[in-house]
Design a protein around this ligand. Structure first.
Ligand SMILES: Nc1ncnc2c1ncn2[C@@H]1O[C@H](COP(=O)(O)OP(=O)(O)OP(=O)(O)O)[C@@H](O)[C@H]1O
Ligand SMILES: [Mg+2]
Length: 501
C-alpha cells in the first residue's frame, strides 16, 4: 500500500533481571495499515510496544518516527508525539467515572481551571458511540463488566487522536458485536491514514483487520510478511517453530457418578439454574456475554449471594457464603478477571499459587514451610510451562498469558473436587492453549469434575462432554459434546432474548 514506514524500530534490545526480553528486534509500521504483532506468550510483544510508547526505555537500538529519532521520555511524551497504546492489562481507575478515565490528565477546563464536566461527558459519549457502546460517561468504572471497561480503554486511545495506535489484545474481553464495532473503527482509522499495531492470540482476527504481520519468537525477530501470504498454519509454524496438530486433544476417560448438583439457583442475575456433574466430566457453559455464565460460577463459589437454590457435593448439601468456604469444601474457581479477582499481581508467583492453600504449607508450629512452598510452586511452573525466572518472580512482571497460567495453578493447588474455569485460555497462545487442554484432560482422568465457561465456541465444543447454554440468566438448553455445533449453541444462546423482546 504505502511506500516507506512511518515508524521504524531497529535492532531493539531489552533485558530484565534474568531475562533477555528482546534481542535485536526490528519492526516497521506503515500509515493506513494495520500491523499484526504475533508470537507466543512471553515472546516480547508487549515489551516492544511499551518501549515504543515510553513505558520502558530500550537498552539499545534505534527508533525513527516520521524521519526523526523517537526517544520518548515517558508515556505522556509518547502520547504527545502521536503514539497511543491500549494496554493488555486494563489501566483504568475503578473509582472514577468513564469520562474521567478517558480524559484523565487532559480534562477540558474553564478559565478558572475548573473541569468542564458537561463538555467532557459529551465528548466521552461521542467516542463511546463511535464504538457502538451505550455505557454512560458518568458511570463509575467499577460498575462495568470487563468488556465494557475494555471499550472505555479503546475510547480513551481514540480520544487522543494519535497517528500510531497500538492495540494489545483489544478484543480479549469483547463480545462478538463489540468486536465487529471495533473492526469498523479500525477500518475507518486506516482509511484516515493512521498506523495500527494489533496484538492478538485469536489468529483469525489477523485476517479480519491486518495487512502485514511481524512474528517474534523468544525475544527475536522471525519474519515480516503481508497477511495475504499467510494462513493460520503458517503463522503457527512461524510463532512456535513447529506445526500444532489436533488443537483440542481428546480424553478417553469415562465419567463416574454424579458428584455435584445445583438446584434452582436464583438471584438477581440468574434464574432457576439446575444441573449436575459427574466425576471425570467436563461440563461447558456457553452463552453470550452477560447471559449469566460467570454469575453461575460466582454463585456456586460464594462470591455472589443466592436468594434461592441448593448446592450439593457428594450427596451432602453445602452452605457456602464465602469463597473460603467453597475452597474448604473442595470447590475452586479460576475467575475470568485475573487482575481483579484472580491474582495479587504485586506478589510473587509462589505467594499467589500457595495463598488459597496456606494451611497445607503450615508446619506443626503453624509456621508456613517456605521450602515446601517453593517446591510446590516449582511443580506448577513446570506443569503449566510458566515462562519465568522462578517462583520468587512477581506476577506483575510476567507476560499476560503467563499470568493466566498462574491463575489456573492457583485454582488447582487446593486439589478441588469441582474446578470452575472461567475463560481459562484468555490471552494464552495456541501452543499453551493445547497444554492447558491437556491438563484439563489429565484432571478429568483423575476424576475431577470441571465446569468450563468460555466464549470461544471451538474451545467449549472441543473440550466439553456436555454443554449448557445460557440465555438471559437461565439455562436455555443442553447439547451433548458430540452433537454440538456453533449454530445449535447460538440458537439456544439467543432464544430467551428473542422471547423477551
Ligand atoms: N517489568 C518486567 N520485569 C521483568 N520481566 C519482564 C517485565 N516485563 C516483561 N518481562 C519479561 O519479558 C518477557 C517478554 O514479556 P512480554 O510481556 O513482552 O511478552 P508478550 O509477548 O507480550 O506475551 P503475552 O502474549 O503472554 O502477553 C517475559 O519473559 C516477561 O516475563
Ligand atoms: Mg503481552
Amino acid at each position: 500500500m504505502s511506500g516507506s514506514p512511518v515508524l521504524q524500530m531497529k535492532n531493539i534490545c531489552k533485558s530484565f533481571p534474568g531475562v533477555k526480553a528482546l534481542d535485536n528486534v526490528s519492526l516497521n509500521i506503515y500509515s493506513g495499515e494495520s500491523m499484526a504483532l504475533l508470537g507466543e506468550n512471553g515472546a516480547g510483544k508487549s515489551t516492544l510496544m511499551k518501549i515504543l510508547s515510553g513505558v520502558y526505555t530500550k537498552d539499545s537500538g534505534e527508533m525513527i518516527f516520521k524521519s526523526k529519532p523517537h526517544t520518548p521520555k515517558d508515556p505522556k511524551d509518547a502520547m504527545n508525539k502521536g503514539i497511543a497504546i491500549i494496554h493488555q492489562e486494563l489501566n483504568l481507575i475503578p473509582e472514577l467515572t468513564v469520562a474521567e478515565n478517558i480524559f484523565i490528565g487532559r480534562e477540558p477546563v474553564n478559565a478558572f481551571l475548573k473541569v468542564k464536566y458537561s463538555q467532557m461527558n459529551a465528548e466521552a459519549k461521542r467516542y463511546l458511540e463511535q464504538l457502538g457502546e451505550k455505557t454512560s460517561p458518568t458511570a463509575k468504572v467499577s460498575s462495568l463488566s470487563v468488556g465494557q471497561a475494555q471499550m472505555v480503554e479503546i475510547a480513551k486511545a481514540l480520544s487522543m487522536n494519535a497517528e500510531v495506535i497500538i492495540m494489545d489484545e483489544p478484543t480479549d474481553a469483547l463480545t462478538d458485536v463489540e468486536t465487529e464495532n471495533l473492526y469498523k473503527v479500525i477500518r475507518s482509522l486506516k482509511a484516515e491514514g493512521k498506523a495500527l499495531v494489533y496484538i492478538s492470540h485469536k489468529l483469525s482476527e489477523v485476517f479480519d483487520v491486518c495487512d502485514r504481520a511481524t512474528i517474534l519468537r523468544d525475544g527475536t525477530f522471525v519474519d515480516e510478511k503481508p497477511v495475504s501470504e499467510l494462513d493460520e498454519e503458517k503463522i503457527i509454524q512461524l510463532m512456535v517453530g513447529r506445526p500444532i496438530s489436533d488443537r483440542y486433544p481428546k480424553c478417553d476417560c469415562k465419567a463416574g457418578d454424579v458428584v455435584f448438583t445445583a438446584e434452582g439457583l436464583t438471584n438477581s442475575r440468574i434464574t432457576d439454574v439446575s444441573f449436575s456433574i459427574r466425576s471425570g466430566e467436563v461440563v461447558g457453559i456457553a452463552g453470550l456475554m452477560g447471559s449469566g455464565r460467570s454469575e453461575v460460577a460466582k454463585s456456586i463459589f460464594g462470591e455472589m449471594p443466592l436468594k434461592k437454590g441448593k448446592i450439593s457435593l457428594a450427596g451432602k448439601e453445602l452452605r457456602i457464603n464465602h469463597p473460603s468456604e467453597a475452597i474448604k469444601n473442595g470447590i475452586s474457581y479460576v475467575s475470568e478477571d485475573r487482575k481483579q479477582l484472580g491474582l495479587i499481581i504485586g506478589m510473587t508467583i509462589k505467594e499467589n499459587i500457595t495463598l488459597p492453600a496456606l494451611k497445607k504449607f503450615q508446619t506443626a508450629l503453624s509456621k508456613i514451610s517456605f521450602g515446601r512452598e517453593e517446591e510446590v510452586s516449582k511443580e506448577y511452573i513446570d506443569m503449566m510451562s510458566i515462562k519465568t525466572t522462578g517462583p520468587s518472580q512477581r506476577v506483575v512482571d510476567l507476560s499476560g498469558g503467563n499470568q493466566q497460567k498462574v491463575a489456573i495453578a492457583k485454582g488447582l493447588v487446593t486439589a478441588p473436587k469441582v474446578l470452575i474455569l472461567d475463560e481459562p485460555t484468555r490471552g494464552v497462545d495456541v501452543g499453551a492453549k493445547k497444554e492447558i487442554y491437556e491438563q484439563i484432560n489429565l484432571l478429568k482422568a483423575k476424576g475431577m469434575s470441571i465446569i468450563l465457561i468460555s466464549s470461544e465456541m471451538p474451545e467449549v465444543i472441543g473440550m466439553s462432554d456436555r454443554i449448557l447454554v445460557m440465555s438471559a440468566g437461565r439455562i436455555a438448553g443442553e447439547v451433548s459434546g458430540a452433537e454440538a455445533t456453533q449454530e445449535n449453541i447460538m440458537k439456544l444462546a439467543i432464544s430467551n432474548i428473542k422471547n423477551a423482546v
